[in-house]
Write a protein that binds this ligand. Sequence first.
Ligand SMILES: Cc1cc2nc3c(=O)[nH]c(=O)nc-3n(C[C@H](O)[C@H](O)[C@H](O)COP(=O)(O)O)c2cc1C
Length: 201
Amino acid sequence: MNKLLQINSSLFTSEGQSTQLADLFIADYSKKNPETKVQTLDLSANPLPHLDGERFTAFITPVGERSESQKVIVAESDKLIADLREASAIVFALPMYNFGIPSVLKAYIDHIARAGETFKYTENGPVGLLEDKPVYIFAARGGSYLGTDNDTQTGYMKAFLAFIGLTNVQFVYAENLNLGEDSKTESLKNAREKISQLLNK
Ligand SMILES: Cc1cc2nc3c(=O)[nH]c(=O)nc-3n(C[C@H](O)[C@H](O)[C@H](O)COP(=O)(O)O)c2cc1C
């Protein structure tokens, strides 16, 4: 059974442009892989807390020494990592907010970056511990950043995902969504075309 893990972070939840593009891809993917089970994490509807000292200390406390409250904190992170491990492919719906990734997505990343679980340090530098699998990212932006220093998302997502072992990452962008109806329509049309080609490569 194929399991697809969809990670949404639009503050407009299912109405977000990034969510809708991810949904379109998933419909296509499910048609081509009829046995697919989709698990959706809506990080905006169900946000994780910020990583603070208490939570990070729980992560790095050895298993046998954790307090009851630390066990609860670690169990939440363990479940998120188990979901990643079980997935055959991962889909991120990625809005741009205030020149970066949504803070709810950063909180998620802070909960899955766990030494000994998703990465480890070796003499030759960090090594990702997740089995490599396809990652699809659907990025929605009001303006246009691709290929410029202001695209703070592409490099960051690639770097972080590679850090935990995920190197097979493909992006589809819908830019200029807030520059008037014509450019929005054109941009979404182009993105939908790219999505329809993604699985035919
Ligand atoms: C709080 C907020 C901040 C935003 N900041 C940016 C920005 O820095 N750059 C940009 O190009 N668009 C920005 N936008 C526009 C969004 O990128 C655009 O609405 C996009 O569709 C968001 O994805 P979503 O519809 O999936 O939420 C912002 C939108 C909101 C609501």
